[in-house]
Design a protein around this ligand. Sequence first.
Ligand code: NOJ
Ligand code: NOJ
Length: 440
Amino acid sequence: MIGLPFNAGADTNASTKMSEWSELKNSNVEISDLEKQAQRSFQFIHRNLRENGIVRGAVIASPSKHSPNYFYHWVRDAGLTMRELIAVYANTKDLRTKGLVKELILDWVIFEESNQRVATFNSNLGEPIFTVLGEIYPHPWGRPQTDGPAIRALAMIEWLEALVAEGGNESIIERLYQPELPANSPIKKDLEYIAHNWQLPSFDLWEEVRGNHFFTRMAQRAALIKGSALAFALGDNEASKFYKLQSQLIETELLKHIDGEREFIRPTLSQTDGWTHKTSELDVSVILGSLYFSLEDNFFTPDSKYVLMTAQKLENQFKNIYSINKTLFLGTAIGRYPEDVYDGTGFGGGNPWFLATNAFAELHCRAARFVGRGSVNERDRAHSFLRRALYHSDRNGHMSEQISRHNGYMMGARDLTWSYSSFVRALRYCEGPQILGLFK
Ligand code: NOJ
Ligand code: NOJ
């Protein structure tokens, strides 16, 4: 039975769930499929982080070294994955797991500190990819990608918050943020970079289009708002005001992405370079931007009108263009955007992606929370997306980047770190963070 007992009753509060869970453990009932997959995903992430031949702290996008070669550290994928490990750290009571994720997080911080130095020396902090040894990616690429430093800063701020929540470790906190200028600590470096450079056109998260992106701006706004609060707490008052002001300017820009007539959020404005075939202007990056970076302040939150309308339009499109969506009684397999042609190795046509399908599960779980009771349907719908992802994984729970739109087999980079972290994330939002306490 999938998802029981957690999905019985949409608004069970956390403590009830906890006690239900301990009863479940005591009676040795088998862990449900979704929970099992989340646990496996956590283990696959761990395996990728400790892959042979990489410097500690490097987060390979995938172990695949050819067709495609994803054996690199993308700042974005890494930061998003670290946020999940930080959530595990904050929610587990198992000391072994806690120790293990702490080590992984500390290694990542050290690796990113080095990347920041390498990037600053060679170009700027918008450098999107590093080799597994911590060098600049030595080829032409879509540069800069300014979501990276924002996601990195957000993840490090969340790490700092997790440490503070348990009484704080002064030396780690000081190492992460210091008011000093020119910035010499990792969070401060990224915040300064974002606060001064967010207006720069950037390549999007799909590395195809240069312009102003909803996803990127949402990441930057979140980093600056949380950064402003942190700066204030640490007595860096002028910086706090400056970050806050910049976040407000970004908000003005973000609102321009609303297309009132077509009733959706546009992913990119003022394109200056890159692919020009994305004529529908529907892109799952908008949904990801809301899920990953909205704060609880009604600004493009997952329950807001335009986010949900964008999601509905995307789903309608993908239902039509991917034939696997016609035949199976499962949630719709979701892709990046309707005009996508990247098949994971070449340009044979776009496919559904695990991370996009997982995101739709998260979206409906979070929307359900706002709707309250009587929203069992919405939760069922959410779970249908997770079952879809599970259906296309293999029997050991492996997930690649994409799912063939024709036959449902996995395509693209195998064991994509982000596919796993997005699954864990979806379940964290669907079942509550205490689910992470189960990971070993
Ligand atoms: C690799 C990029 O990472 C991917 O997002 C893009 O679609 C393809 N290259 C094609 O440009
Ligand atoms: C291609 C995706 O488009 C991009 O978002 C991602 O960062 C890289 N692959 C690595 O997974």
